[in-house]
Design a protein around this ligand. Structure first.
Ligand code: 3H9
Length: 675
């Protein structure tokens, strides 16, 4: 049955799409719309048409699952031209989000009406693409180059009000009377001729706006292909070229991006992120435990950041500390962070007060008795965690979820000190916890299904991307970090410098390299604190107080603005370790750095999969994109390995004598992929 049906309301033909969940413009929708528009155009009884959607949203775009497969006619570019060419007015009636191809369908209509809560946008750039059904040509013709750049190259949707101010929406409907208002609007404009067609308008070139936009967003766009392609298309729309030439240019650029690795990677991550929330072996309709109040133990950087996630989502938090000054400091930081957001206009003052009002700071552990979820966020010491969980076991109400924010400790061992290991789970937030999107949810051997399902659902509520991990040292992310750090240190001994290794990682697209990351996190993390025991380069740095950015010296020297410069002292320390070990220093190629520090991560990822510590390769990719800033245009380590070619990865590992994971070897031999 076609997802498109029509209804006659007097002389107005209403064309309705019902293609859950988001009315993606798949082949059946396009075919249905195409024939409905033709029928309406040919029917002498029809004076005007309305296109609207059932369900939660207007068309959310082309059907991304069809990309890379043979295109079924009519393609979206053909369909939008058909709509615009209609001899009778067509009105788009928008609710939810008119995105991508959905926005382009709306722009090809002669008029657009939207409910106040609607949003319109062209987020294709986030999939490594551009609006390839006329979006880059119609938006600047209607709304000008400046807004077109913002909408296409940044990809964030805009509100109905802003769209109306820019001319992209002609009328705002009542929130609950969209169809009736759209029909009335269609009747009002039924006799208007000539019909307003976006493709017939002209856009004025605005080189200053283009230059300013490029300057402002240079850092954000660095490494990505799609933003520049979007910018080039918008410029083309306003350079005096005909509409047909502009469209030809847009389609060429769209196909170039579509065939490229970056878009494949970004589309992979779009689906991977959604897939990650699905838990193998747990029914989708598992009843969840209610979480109305959250307890957080520890008001340090992590505890404070974790608390903010819940407060921002309107969930009250009881935060517990051992000493009043630590509690006051922690609460003060939370308030300061909220006030900083308010100063930037991201929050209203009353929202700051509402969040702070929902926070109960206390020194009384017993206050956790009424919490439905308690998250322990104290330092990484097993004995301390065990003490806390023993106390929680005696204080918390039955059914409360007890979570540890540990980043590598054994969650089963922690759970074993309680009489309710089924209620214990790991919730590994990434720092800063109020900003970073990743949450590793650690499933213990005895964690109950409904506990896991509740925490995964809660992650969505607090706008995190959650990935399920098994109990192993470092879970998914930190476990894969280990071989990278070990190999980077070995490379120093063999002749590489911190600068060279970091440069290779940054050129790859990482926000920073392994040594810059150590300096940011703190060289003293995990240090034994005995200045006389110097067994590694790290020990030597830590013993000299070179703890990283916080002491203005680590693997690099830092000025007041935290600008790193290579350190002669670090070079000396490295040299002394090389001499002690009798290492032969040699020239290290960038390729070797990639093979030793990145291929080894892929190898560890393969082991993680073999051991069932991650549900799927794409989950590993999600961890690295959202937890460590892996460049999304490379699609995560496992997807990247696929694009490198697994045989090449295996050969690179074997060349350096690494033990290659069996599954990686087998896949490579069979010409397979992880994703
Ligand atoms: C495009 O339009 C190209 C054209 O310019 C040119 C062509 C020539 N296709 O996100 P949710 C699935 S490119 C297929 O959880 P929400 C999604 O995978 C497109 N499937 O819901 C999920 O499936 P599952 C430009 C899609 O309420 C389910 O729908 N458009 C598509 O949190 C629910 O999704 C975009 O980039 C799609 N286009 O958010 C918009 N979209 O249940 C992409 C979603 O199996 N979409 N699915 O996991 C979104 O941003 C969000 O889905 C939306 C709803 C905001 C709409």
């Amino acid at each position: 049955m076609s997802p498109i049906r029509t209804e006659r309301h007097g002389d107005v033909l209403v064309i309705i799409s019902d293609n859950p969940p988001v009315n993606a413009l798949g082949a059946a929708v396009r075919q249905g719309l195409d024939s409905a528009i033709r029928d309406g155009d040919a029917d002498a009884e029809v004076a005007a048409m309305v296109i609207r959607c059932d369900g939660r949203t207007f068309f959310a775009g082309a059907d991304i699952t069809e990309f890379g497969k043979p295109m079924q006619e009519p393609g979206l570019p053909t369909l939008v031209d058909r709509i615009e060419a209609s001899s009778k007015p067509v009105v788009a009636a928008i609710h939810g989000t008119a995105l991508g191809g959905g926005c382009e369908v709306a722009l090809s209509c002669h008029y657009r009406i939207a409910v106040p809560s609607a949003k319109v946008g062209t987020p294709e750039v986030k999939l490594g693409l551009l609006p390839g059904a006329g979006g880059t040509q119609r938006i600047p013709r209607i709304a000008g180059v400046k807004l077109a750049l913002e909408m296409t190259a940044k990809g964030d949707p805009i509100s109905a009000k802003r769209a109306a101010d820019a001319g992209l929406i002609d009328r705002i409907a009542g929130e609950d009377s969209l169809e009736a208002d759209a029909i009335a609007f269609a009747r009002e404009v039924a006799a208007v001729r000539p019909l307003p067609r976006a493709s017939e308008k002209t856009a004025t070139a605005d080189p200053d706006a283009v230059a300013a936009f490029k300057k402002e967003n240079g850092r954000r766009f660095h490494g990505f292909d799609a933003p520049n392609a979007n910018i080039a298309c918008v410029e083309k729309a306003a350079d005096g070229s005909s509409y047909a030439d502009g469209i030809a240019f847009e389609q060429r650029e769209f196909m170039r991006l579509m065939m490229g690795v970056q878009s494949a990677a970004q589309r992979h991550i779009f689906f991977a992120e959604r897939q990650a929330s699905k838990i193998d072996g747990i029914a989708a309709d598992t009843a969840l435990r209610p979480v109305k109040r959250v307890g957080v133990i520890g008001a340090g950087t992590m505890g404070g950041g974790i608390s903010m996630n819940f407060l921002s989502a309107g969930i009250p938090v009881t935060i517990v500390e051992m000493a009043q000054d630590a509690l006051d400091r922690g609460t003060g930081v939370i308030r300061k962070n909220y006030e900083a957001s308010a100063a930037k206009g991201r929050l209203k003052p009353e929202q700051v007060e509402a969040a702070m009002g929902a926070l109960t700071p206390t020194l009384d552990f017993d206050a956790l008795a009424d919490c439905d979820l308690v998250i322990e966020a104290v330092y990484e010491e097993m004995s301390v965690k065990k003490d806390i969980f023993t106390r929680l076991d005696s204080i918390c109400k039955p059914g409360a979820i007890l979570a540890s924010n540990t980043s590598y400790l054994n969650v089963d061992e922690i759970a074993a000190v309680t009489s309710r290991p089924q209620d214990v789970v790991g919730m590994h937030f990434f720092s800063p916890a109020n900003v970073m999107k990743l949450l590793e949810v650690v499933r213990g051997a005895k964690t109950a299904d409904d506990v896991l399902a509740t925490v995964m659902a809660l992650a969505k509520t607090i706008r995190k991307v959650a990935v399920v991990a098994g109990v192993c040292d470092g879970f998914i992310g930190n476990r894969m970090l280990m071989p990278r750090q070990v190999e980077a240190m070995k490379l120093l001994m063999e002749g590489a410098t911190p600068e060279q290794i970091d440069r290779v990682h940054v050129a790859f697209g990482m926000p920073m390299g392994p040594f810059q990351m150590s300096d940011l996190a703190g060289v003293d993390i995990g240090w034994h604190r005995d200045p006389n025991r110097i067994e590694s380069i790290r020990d030597a740095l830590a013993a000299e107080g070179r703890w990283g950015q916080k002491t203005k010296a680590g693997f690099y020297d830092y000025d007041d603005k935290r600008t790193p410069t290579p350190s002669p002292r670090v070079a000396e320390i490295i040299e002394s370790f090389r001499a002690k070990a009798g290492s032969t220093v040699r020239e290290i190629s960038d390729e070797e750095i990639v093979e030793k520090t990145l291929y080894t991560m892929v190898n560890e990822g393969a082991l993680i999969l073999e051991e069932g510590m991650a549900q799927r390769a794409s989950d590993i990719d999600v961890v690295w994109i959202y937890g460590y800033g892996w460049p999304v245009y490379r699609g995560g380590p496992m997807f990247w390995a696929d694009t490198e070619g697994l045989a090449k990865v295996v050969a690179g590992l074997e060349k350096h004598g690494f033990a290659v994971a069996t599954s990686l070897k087998d896949k490579a031999a069979a010409g397979g992929r992880f994703n």
